[in-house]
Ligand binder design. Structure first.
Ligand code: PGA
Length: 251
């Protein structure tokens, strides 16, 4: 089965008003999006439910940008997968490099969150990627292996149908320095080979591996031509009208 192209819009901590968030969602709802693409937007947690309401009647899904390991209890500031599932939310982004660096999330924590989210029925956009220092030290594949391995350790084979891997080199996020299509393809292929070796051939063949890091309308079409690039996770450009073009980048 061909892998369905997946495009996520990671709004991060934007915009700063509910009315602006609703306007963004409304413009996406009105845009003409290719039916063969799974499109998901991730608003700040406060806006997840109203944005989901705004998008009713469209094929655009809604993701949380984070969730916790535990279902409930004394965990101030957290949001649980049980609460997300109860609200009808079907996706969550986990392990984004901003969570890993600014909020000190380890590979183990990200993997445990992923396990909990999948158990609650959510699809996880599982983010990985190397820093510039790691790339320059030729450690890219070693770094992504460790990050994927953490998930492999926690997930059974069936759980992988709920995972979309987002390869996001940290040096490309928000910098305007996009990986070339060949650079991204090389790492995506490596990740797929890793899944083949450490999970199964069918999981390797079926898992979407999407690219993130300074994706724009201008560079998305070329990236989308590569065989192992199954979509995008888009930050800055997901707040602009060009997000529609990125969603439709796969010819
Ligand atoms: P960017 O962010 O598109 O602004 O580089 C991507 C991301 O952080 O997911």
């Amino acid at each position: 089965m061909p892998r369905k192209f997946f495009v996520g819009g990671n709004w991060k901590l934007n915009p700063t008003s509910l009315s602006a968030a609703k306007a963004l969602a409304t413009s996406l709802k009105q845009a003409s999006l290719n039916d063969n693409v799974e499109v998901v937007v991730a608003p700040p947690s406060l806006y997840v439910i109203p944005i989901q309401d705004t998008l009713v009647g469209s094929n655009v899904g809604v993701a949380a940008q984070n969730s916790y390991i535990k279902e409930s209890g004394a965990f101030t500031g957290e949001i649980s997968v049980a609460q997300l599932a109860d609200a009808g939310v079907k996706y969550v982004i986990l392990g984004h490099s901003e969570r890993r660096t600014l909020f000190s999330e380890t590979c183990e924590v990200v993997a445990l969150k992923t396990k909990a989210a999948v158990a609650a029925g959510l699809t996880v956009v599982y983010c990985i990627g190397e820093t510039l220092e790691e790339r320059e030290a030729d450690k890219t594949t070693a770094v992504v292996d460790v990050q994927v391995q953490a998930a492999v350790k926690e997930l059974d084979e069936k759980a992988w149908s709920k995972i979309v891997i987002a390869y996001e080199p940290v040096w490309a996020i928000g910098t305007g320095k996009v990986a070339t299509a060949d650079q991204a393809q090389e790492v995506h292929k490596h990740i797929r080979t890793y899944l083949d070796k450490h999970v199964s051939a069918s999981v390797a063949a079926a898992t979407r591996i999407i690219y993130g890091g300074s994706v724009t309308a201008a560079n998305s079409a070329d990236l989308a031509t590569r065989p192992d690039i199954d979509g995008f996770l888009v930050g800055g450009a997901s707040l602009k009208p060009e997000f529609t073009n990125i969603c439709n980048a796969k010819a």
